[in-house]
Write a protein that binds this ligand. Sequence first.
Ligand SMILES: [Zn+2]
Length: 150
Amino acid sequence: MIPGLQIDPSTEERVWRAFTGWAEHFLGQLRRDGIPGLLHDYERHVVSVETKSCTHDGGRSFNRGVAYQECCGDIYEYTKDLAVRDALQIIMDALPHQQASVLAQGIIGLDQRLKAELSDLEDQDEPGLAVPGISSKPWWRYRIPASIRR
Ligand SMILES: [Zn+2]
């Protein structure tokens, strides 16, 4: 069972199969927090990009400027955090059309906010990490925000 999804066993099997090769800690999180957890993490990523800052330890650690660029504002961390968007895509691709569009509606606002932060000036191929489970490289893997340290 994946929290936030009402799907039949064969659809669920297709979803899990699509995550072959993903880290066990991610799969455990998906099993525990489901779709709400993914959406929460994606929103946190978008807010971090928008504010050029990051917060950890329940708010006790707040980074901006150089401290941000040495934490979540580093290209390695930035692309790693994008895995949540990859995961949402993998799930949408595995769902029947109707359910996929419901999920898409919950994501589109965050996608628009992230797109608004991506710079046209960046090298097109910079964050070109292969994404297990996604055959063609999605838009969020082509451009990065100007504030990200490369
Ligand atoms: Zn951080």
